[in-house]
Design a protein around this ligand. Structure first.
Ligand code: DP6
Length: 345
């Protein structure tokens, strides 16, 4: 008999960035972070998990390519989820012993992998969700976030929709480094995100190695992690609770800019933004100047692609201004639309 489960997990884009680890094995961060989960209709990972006593090894395919399952991140997720399943089996001996079977995992992204579009976040969140469903685990998303985090830090935030905080925690074993929902998507129905795909190429410096270099060499980073981010987390939560877009936008842009400043303060410096990214920043700054207040917010992860947050009521104005800089809109989501627009390089 083959047991199966399928799921999808969405991409999340941080507005307060995770950058720096205090434990590289458990992906324990040096600061808390906060993200918005995007609509699944555009950016998502679809994952199917199967297990059976007849499977002779663990297997993992991403976009039809076989992947290394022996990696520490995958192994940590498999191991932790098996432990939870084994506990269920110990409590109820009639349950099939799925915890002793090998698993086959098949994942598909509907967006470029490793181009700084948070593919590892959706990927590991979907992996954990699919195995948790396969094993019929009753754990809450926050409990599962402890496991997804070990796959990729940012993945812990993709187990929730809406506005999600990853509280850094202080325990050495990571038991309190967990994701919690700050507000559901329905709390702010007008929120929208547009993605300007500047480049779908694989990023130069992976976030994992980039943040290690930053922790080792940047002085500015300490100040960010210890002083700036704790205050910003509180201000961002308040902005979300009050649906204060101006405050949300200003904190988002400031945090993206500081994250890239910290990358520049790393030795050797890390450049994720390119000329097109900087052009997008100038356009958004100009939109806000003309509006007399911040009606749009840009943010960039570990790559040149630009995510712009705005409210529905300003959509026509904002996308209208951005349109000449793009080579067309290739897709629309539903409620919380994501636009894939391409800015010619
Ligand atoms: C810039 O979660 O990809 O997107 O934990 O090493 O897998 P690992 O790193 P990852 O880093 C994401 C960094 C970021 C900011 C963020 O998403 O908060």
């Amino acid at each position: 008999k083959i047991y199966t489960a399928s799921t999808t997990a969405p991409v999340n884009i941080a507005v307060i960035k995770y950058w720096g680890k205090r434990d590289t094995k458990l992906n324990l961060p040096t600061n808390s972070s906060l993200s918005v989960t995007l609509s699944q209709s555009d950016l998502r990972t679809h994952t199917s998990a199967a297990c059976s006593s007849i499977f002779t090894e663990n297997r993992l395919y991403l976009n039809r390519e076989p992947q290394d399952v022996s990696g520490a991140r995958q192994q940590a997720c498999f191991r932790e989820l098996r432990v939870l399943r084994a506990a269920l089996e110990a409590a109820d001996p009639t349950l099939p012993k799925l915890s002793t079977y090998n698993v086959h995992i098949v994942s598909e992204n509907n967006f470029p992998t490793a181009a700084g579009l948070a593919s590892s976040a959706a990927g590991f969140a979907a992996l954990v969700r699919a195995l948790a469903d396969l094993y019929c685990l009753q754990n809450t998303p926050t409990e599962l976030s402890r496991i997804a985090r070990q796959g990729s830090g940012s993945a812990c935030r993709s187990l929730f929709g809406g506005y999600v905080a990853w509280e850094q925690g202080h325990a050495a074993d990571g038991s309190d480094s967990l994701a919690v929902q700050v507000a559901p998507a329905s709390h702010w129905p007008g929120m929208r995100a547009a993605i300007l795909v500047v480049s779908a190429a694989k990023k130069d410096v992976s976030s994992t190695s980039g943040m290690q270099a930053t922790v080792a060499t940047s002085g500015l980073f300490r100040h960010r992690a210890e002083v700036v981010v704790p205050a910003r987390m509180e201000a961002m939560k308040a902005a979300i609770q009050k649906r204060n877009f101006e405050a949300f936008a200003e904190l988002t842009m400031a945090d993206s800019n500081q994250f890239h400043a910290v990358c520049l303060d790393t030795l050797p410096p890390i450049f994720y933004l390119n000329d097109v990214s900087r052009a997008a920043i100038r356009v958004v700054e100009e939109i806000n100047r003309v509006a007399g207040k911040s009606i749009a917010a840009y943010t960039f992860d570990a790559g040149p692609n630009c995510v712009i947050y705005y409210e529905q009521e300003n959509e026509a104005a904002i996308l209208g201004v951005l349109k000449p800089y793009t080579s067309g809109v290739s897709g629309w989501g539903d409620r919380r639309e994501t636009v894939h627009a391409r800015i010619p390089e």
